[in-house]
Ligand binder design. Structure first.
Ligand code: ADQ
Length: 465
């Protein structure tokens, strides 16, 4: 079987050959180990001037990482990727800015990375590129004469055409995306937004077999919802149930219900609205005073992007205000923790809680929602309150699905979740576990790679014909 080359903005740091965390890292690493291959991307380091990739071999997997110069980092990563594409693709045009030089830097870094990767490629390799930092990566490779099959998976939402058009070089970006052979999105809705952009703009047509003919190319465009390994998570949650931190929280919660939220600190995750809806619950139902706490774990990310500094300040203000308003000597309504926790420990905390409160304003998928469900005790499961704007809502109908812009509806859902009878909780949990098992992480990866390998087969058939 041909070698797999994975390209992502960050190469997951490894500890003795095991990825530190996250769905992408686990899913991709399994595939790399099977076929052998290369994982190529940014090392996370800022360096003085461009250097050749650093190579580290672990068994069949080669990690090839490069540093970015300060200018590359500012323009490609902090600028166009995270101050233009990320906000717009999450429907926050109010937070998005466009700077021509940053865009030029974004294209330049894509080209530099493509050149560095090209030197490592073999003729039979198949290439799988990840996420919004690398939309034009295939075009850069094609310009260098690379004709291997190249697939792309977008982890974040793909916006509707009107929204996308607010990014000035939208047409160039979509055209560049058509240099891939397979384009993967998280949901059918995201896939449809891409098709709509192509068709309504008169750039091409979609056919019933999932192919798109556009800009003189034919490519497969599909929805491949990313999953987790639910049974592995269930047993991790169980095994970690006796850890010190879990016992501390269990003791602190005695006689109280626990609502758990875990996110990266990001404005797309709807944390302000979440705090305010919890406040509404406390206002509407004084019987919950002293009897329920919200634990929000949110480690800061991208703290050198200004919008992230602002959301952090707003949240600290909101948590303080709500606690000041309702707290009692022996009860803090919101425990707001700005730090990372070990993954398995988080799963045990999920298992301890009665409600998983996952309400992003937009999210490609949201793995926390899936992890929350998988962590539960099937005999006494907690209830998931989930935003309709998370990709995961397409697959978790057993959740209480809410509109995160409707604070009253969210407060009502919390009330309902906190009071839900056991048979209803069990039925919803069993239903969602079945969904998680049938669409797990290997389903996601294999479905994408089958389509990408089909391109190889089709190409070789064409060559022979
Ligand atoms: P993210 O925006 O990072 O991912 P998410 O899918 O929720 O969002 O993944 C976060 C991961 O980090 C989860 O596995 C979670 O357990 C872990 N995590 C979160 N907070 C943590 C903490 N405090 N300590 C330790 N671990 C923590 C992007 C997209 C998503 C998409 C994923 C995967 O934005 O929509 O689901 O990629 O495709």
């Amino acid at each position: 079987m041909s070698r797999l080359i994975v390209v992502s903005n960050r190469v997951a740091p490894t500890q003795e050959g095991r990825p530190a965390a996250g769905g992408l890292a686990i899913g991709v690493l399994d595939a790399l180990k099977e076929t052998g291959g290369v994982w190529f991307g940014w090392s996370g380091e800022i360096i003085g001037e461009s250097q050749a990739p650093e190579i580290e071999k672990q068994g069949k997997v080669t990690y090839a990482t490069v540093g970015l110069t300060r200018r590359d980092y500012d323009q490609y990563y902090r600028g166009f990727s995270n101050a233009t594409l990320w906000p717009t693709f999450h429907y926050r045009t109010d937070l998005s800015r466009y700077d021509r030089q940053e865009y030029a830097g974004y294209l330049r870094v894509n080209t530099t990375l493509a050149k560095q990767l090209k030197a490592m490629l073999e003729p039979d390799d198949i290439i799988w590129v990840h996420d919004y930092h690398l939309l034009p990566f295939a075009r850069a490779l094609r310009e260098l004469g690379v004709s291997n099959p190249i697939g792309f998976f977008l982890h974040i939402p793909f916006p509707v055409p009107e929204m996308l058009r607010t990014v000035p070089p939208h047409e160039e970006l979509v055209k560049a995306m058509c240099s891939y052979d397979v384009l993967g999105f998280q949901t059918q809705a995201d896939r449809q937004s891409f098709v709509d952009y192509i068709e309504r703009g008169g750039f091409g047509t979609a056919s019933d077999d999932g192919m798109i003919h556009a800009f003189g190319r034919v490519l497969k465009v599909g929805a491949y919802p990313i999953g987790i390994y639910p049974d592995a998570i269930a047993s991790a949650a169980q095994q970690f149930a006796d850890r010190k931190q879990v016992n501390t929280l269990r003791d602190a919660m005695r006689g109280r219900k626990l609502i758990m939220s875990v996110d990266r600190l990001d404005y797309s995750k709807g944390l302000v609205e979440r705090f305010q809806a919890f406040e509404r619950l406390l206002l509407a139902s004084p019987n919950w005073h002293g009897r329920v706490s919200l634990v929000q774990i949110a480690p800061p990310t991208r703290s050198d992007v200004q919008t992230y500094q602002r959301i952090r300040q707003t949240l600290e203000g909101e948590a303080g205000r709500i606690n000041g308003r309702f707290a009692q000597l022996d009860w803090t309504p919101i425990q707001y923790l700005n730090r990372k926790y070990e993954r398995n420990l988080l799963m045990a905390l999920f298992r301890l809680s009665q409600v998983g409160y996952v309400t992003p304003l937009r999210d490609g998928m949201n793995l926390v929602a899936k992890e929350y469900v998988a962590s539960q005790d099937p005999e006494d499961p907690g209830v998931l309150v989930l935003s309709q704007f998370a990709g995961a809502a397409e697959q978790l109908p057993g959740a209480l699905v809410v509109n995160p812009f409707d604070l009253t509806q969210m407060a009502e859902a919390l009330e309902r979740a906190l009071s839900m009878p056991l048979p209803d909780r069990k039925a919803r949990h069993a239903d969602m576990m079945a969904q998680l098992r049938s669409g797990d992480l290997s389903t996601w990866r294999d479905a994408f790679l089958v389509d990408l390998r089909r391109v190889t087969t089709a190409a070789s058939v064409t060559r022979k014909a």
